[in-house]
Design a protein around this ligand. Structure first.
Ligand SMILES: CC(C)c1ccc(C(=O)O)c(O)c1O
Ligand SMILES: [Fe+2]
Length: 303
């Protein structure tokens, strides 16, 4: 089976780029690396060219999710596998890859969300890296999707895309790592029906370097009247300390500090946690109704 390096980037649709660009730069603390006049804004929180791309759209949502493979030949292995299972992978042209500042890239339509999932060898080097400002973001951590047909979707990610389950909250959410990346989860699959949410984006997570980054973020978002929708608290599944807040369109973002890491060989077995609030927060908070409720999946274009 093929091996991933990491969750590479998420592309979001926002309804007002001129409002969201300063928010993601100055409040979230991402570095704006490139913005083509009137076009998408490319942000990073690592040496990559982009970990978040904002597109102007008619409604807020998740446009695309990109995964970096461990080695170039993993992309070949993946391409062959996706062809074999009938997912019709499409390779982007060299011009398309260059425009995205990415090396060889392939795409599929992920059958449960309908989203474009992208897989690539790497991004083009920039020669300079990310300089933290308001928050020392360590990496883009994870993306969580709310889907229908949850058991089938989890099975698909496990069996077809070689993700490993780290933990489940029984019938509600599966936390999955992109093998052999060690972090507890880079992808979460939430059960839309069980959580009474529409299918769509649940949240995007950024892992931070220090506990102080969480405390300072709390002060900062309060000062700017940014809605806090869950936390601060500590998650039982991954052990991380968290804070969730809303972007200007109401999409949910999370900062988290500390996360269990799994060895490649002989990892612990996935647990099934009871479906109750205590499985989401040791500190006794419950999410605000606005948590994870905004962000439509942009359907992948056919062909
Ligand atoms: C409440 C959400 C879905 C959640 C629960 C647990 C973790 C974790 O263990 O890290 C998360 O990251 C979450 O976003
Ligand atoms: Fe999360």
């Amino acid at each position: 089976m093929f091996r991933y390096k990491k969750l590479g980037y998420v592309a979001l649709n926002v309804t007002d780029l001129s409002r969201s660009v300063p928010f993601y730069r100055d409040l979230v603390g991402l570095q704006l690396n490139e913005q083509v006049e009137g076009g998408p804004a490319f942000f990073a929180c690592s040496a990559d060219h982009h970990n978040v791309v904002l597109h102007q759209g008619g409604e807020p949502g998740l446009k695309r999710v990109g995964w970096e493979m461990e080695q170039p030949d993993e992309l070949d292995r993946l391409f062959e596998h996706l062809q074999k299972v009938g997912l019709n992978p499409v390779a982007l042209s060299p011009e398309e890859c260059r425009a995205l500042r990415q090396q060889r890239t392939i795409r599929i339509k992920e059958p449960f969300s309908g989203l474009t999932f992208e897989f690539y060898e790497g991004q083009l080097e920039r020669g300079s890296t990310y300089t933290p400002t308001v928050t020392k973001i360590a990496r883009l951590g994870h993306v969580v999707l709310n889907v229908d047909r949850w058991p089938e979707a989890v099975k698909f990610f496990k069996e077809t895309l070689n993700f490993r389950i780290s933990d489940n909250v029984d019938g509600f959410i599966a936390f999955m790592r992109c093998f052999p990346n060690p972090y507890h989860h880079s992808l979460g699959i939430g059960n839309a029906a069980a959580t009474r949410k529409e299918p769509g984006l649940n949240h995007v997570n950024f892992m931070v370097t220090d506990m102080d980054d969480i405390g300072c973020a709390l002060t900062r978002v309060k000062r700017h009247d940014v809605p806090i929708v869950f936390g601060p608290g500590r998650h039982p599944p991954s052990g991380s300390i968290f804070l969730y807040f809303l972007d200007p369109d109401g999409m949910t973002l999370e900062y988290s500090y500390g996360m269990e890491e799994f060895p490649e060989e002989r990892p612990r077995k996935a647990r099934v946690l009871e479906a109750r609030p205590e499985s989401l927060d040791y500190w006794g908070n419950v999410p605000d109704p606005r948590f994870a409720s905004t962000g439509r999946f942009e359907p992948a274009s056919e062909g």
